[in-house]
Write a protein that binds this ligand. Structure first.
Ligand SMILES: [Zn+2]
Length: 297
């Protein structure tokens, strides 16, 4: 992303930041839904909502996933790439946090990737189309359990399974905990178990290409092609992963030191690291979509 593009990135992050914590049911949560829906050109994207009323430790609550589906002119092909991040924010000690890395930066990042996709759609040789899913209720209402977490993701996975749409997902890319200076991403077990290990290696190669051309501002490697001997991180991908969907989990490890605290705010973001991460993912996406004729990053 150019430095000019970065101005837009910051502007959008600060705009959503100004709404306040995105706690389900709050006014700022509703404003975020409107903000995201308005960032898509309706002639090119179909915006739909997946709303569910679910039991939580605080009683019944509504959750709203926002889905932006690119209107592909090639209707025969149903295969999709999903870009996913959650837009709700966690309640800690009775009040909502901003969650700048969790997941404000990730969902703005994917919105900009969607813009890039739209601009270049006609040049891509692969017929896969893109869907952006902004998940609600990723965070637990109280303590993380199987039932108290991933409200939106569990609902959508069940719905798509009933509609026989799970098989159309070619790749599910889940972005989370992005934006702090020390963020590192690894080739996790989820990749080995869903046959996407090589795709993650491609992201690492995209970074190498950009670094060799001095196109990145940071000095340390961000995407590391090491297979960590750790288990799965529960995230929006989990219900889809369990159904056999190929998944890439772009989540930083270790988690930021300020994870799930009030310090997870815009002051703790590293804009150069964000810009580099965006450039790498854009380069990866470009190469993924130009199957035969790889473009240089
Ligand atoms: Zn979180």
């Amino acid at each position: 992303m150019s430095d000019r593009g970065m101005v837009l990135f910051k502007k959008w992050v600060n705009k959503v930041r100004s709404f306040g914590p995105r706690v389900p049911g709050s006014e700022s949560h509703q404003k975020t839904i409107e903000f995201l829906s308005n960032k898509f050109d309706k002639r090119r994207w179909l915006i739909s909502k997946d709303v569910s009323l679910q039991d939580t430790p605080d009683g019944k609550m509504n959750f709203t996933n926002i889905i932006a589906s690119h209107r592909s002119p090639r209707k025969k092909n149903k295969k999709t790439i999903i870009l996913a991040a959650h837009y709700d924010s966690k309640v800690v000690d009775g009040s909502g946090i901003i969650g700048a890395t969790d997941a404000l930066v990730p969902f703005i990042l994917m919105t900009l990737l969607a813009r890039y996709y739209q601009k270049n759609r006609r040049r891509f040789t692969k017929e896969t189309t893109l869907k952006c899913v902004y998940f609600d209720g990723e965070e637990s209402i109280k303590e993380w359990t199987v039932k108290d977490s991933l409200y939106g993701a569990r609902n959508l996975a069940t719905k798509w399974a009933e509609e026989d749409k799970i098989k159309d997902i070619e790749l599910f890319i889940n972005l989370d905990l992005i934006g702090h200076s020390s963020a590192k991403f690894y080739n996790y077990r989820a990749h080995r178990e869903s046959n996407t290990k090589n795709l993650f290696s491609d992201i690492c190669n995209s970074e190498m290409t950009l670094r060799n051309k001095s196109k990145l501002k940071t000095n340390d490697t961000i995407f590391i092609d090491d297979e960590l001997k750790i288990g799965h991180f529960q995230d929006d991908l989990t219900p889809f992963f369990k159904m056999g969907v190929p998944c890439l989990h772009i989540i930083s490890y270790p988690f930021p030191s300020f994870w799930h605290t009030k310090q997870d705010d815009v002051d703790n973001l590293d804009w150069e690291a964000i810009q580099d991460t965006y450039k790498i993912l854009k380069c990866y996406m470009r190469n993924y979509l130009f199957k035969k004729n790889k473009l240089k990053c």
